[in-house]
Write a protein that binds this ligand. Structure first.
Ligand code: PYC
Length: 317
């Protein structure tokens, strides 16, 4: 007995996405947040088989298309990586839009999807270029100091962009590709220190993404970043949820005005173009970020899981 699943692979600014097109499980309907619960409880082996070795690799982000009960949404999506599900993933949404275009399923050029953390719109501008209107984003805490083993006191902001981020400008690290292993170690220590010192997002939620910024000498970008994702892989793209968190901070600091463009470069040199608009007044001041990036199809295949394969669910069984 074997089970096969059709996937389309793409990369967005170097960061891979694997969208499950057919053969995924029935999660019983309900909101996407409810379906995420079923996916986590009953289908974790499927997550591992799709995005970890030997069928995937640790940096890959998966997207499972699911129905949405919301009549304003075209579909729902559950994003996941090598260690679990993600709230939102902008590079994955850019990959989704290009994938749907490749499949001839983007007739109107625009769609709205339901994620576990809110509704997101995307617009396929051409075969490769996509604009994503992300979930409302905001700075939760300003100038938070954390003591990090071997690094001393570091100060950053805690912000939401569809996932929780700790954003640090002043860190003394050289953000270059040759330094990636060291940057992973440093940002892992920062994440551990935040957890130990009980510095969290709203409602005690774990800050699972760490984002370092530096100036760039690329004339087409305003800043360069390095983003550590849960699962200890770094984002090859500029990280759209991280860029959304950055936009919220830049608007708060009045470095950007609503509508101003911010060009965020990733550690591999890919660029997202972003802007934000304030939401109508609410309890917490939030903005709506719009992120533009490009993606390219890299594969269209059937992933096969043979029952007798000891590694059908990844290396962890
Ligand atoms: O682009 O939002 C993003 C993202 C999150 C994790 C990896 N990429």
């Amino acid at each position: 007995m074997s089970h096969s699943i059709r996937v389309i692979d793409s990369h967005t600014g170097g960061e891979p996405t694997r969208i499950v097109i057919a053969g995924g499980p029935d999660l019983g309907g309900g909101s996407v947040a409810e379906q995420v619960k079923v996916f986590n409880e009953q289908h974790d082996a499927l997550r591992r088989s799709l995005v970890t070795e030997p069928r995937g690799w640790e940096a890959m982000v998966g997207g499972l298309l699911v129905p949405s009960p919301d009549p304003t949404c075209d579909r729902g999506i559950i994003f996941f990586n090598n260690v679990g599900t993600l709230g939102m993933c902008v590079h994955g949404t850019i990959g989704l839009a290009v994938t749907l275009g490749y499949l001839g399923q983007m007739e109107s050029g625009k769609q709205q999807i339901e994620t576990s953390v809110g509704k997101v719109q995307f617009h396929l501008i051409d075969d490769h270029t996509v604009e994503v209107v992300n979930v409302a984003s905001y700075r939760y805490r300003h100038h938070v100091t954390v003591n990090v083993e071997g690094l001393g006191d570091l100060t950053g902001d805690v912000a939401w962009g569809g996932n929780w981020f700790f954003l640090v400008n002043d860190h003394g690290q050289d953000l270059c590709l040759e330094n990636v292993n060291h940057l992973i170690q440093v940002t892992t220590k920062i994440r551990q220190a935040l957890a130990q010192q009980q510095i969290t997002g709203a409602d005690g939620e774990e800050i699972d993404h760490i984002e370092l910024f530096s100036p760039t000498d690329n004339p087409n970008a305003d800043s360069k970043n390095f983003v550590l994702c849960p699962g200890n892989e770094y984002d090859r793209s500029p990280c759209g949820t991280g860029t959304s968190a950055k936009i919220a901070c830049l608007l708060e600091d009045q470095v950007l005005a609503p509508g101003d463009i911010w060009r965020q470069e990733s550690i591999v040199g890919s660029i997202f173009q972003a802007r934000g608009e304030w939401c109508p007044e609410g309890e917490v001041r939030k903005c709506i970020p719009t992120i533009q990036g490009t993606a390219f199809i890299t594969g269209d295949s059937e992933v096969i899981m043979q029952a007798e394969d000891p590694f059908r669910n990844g290396m962890d069984g």
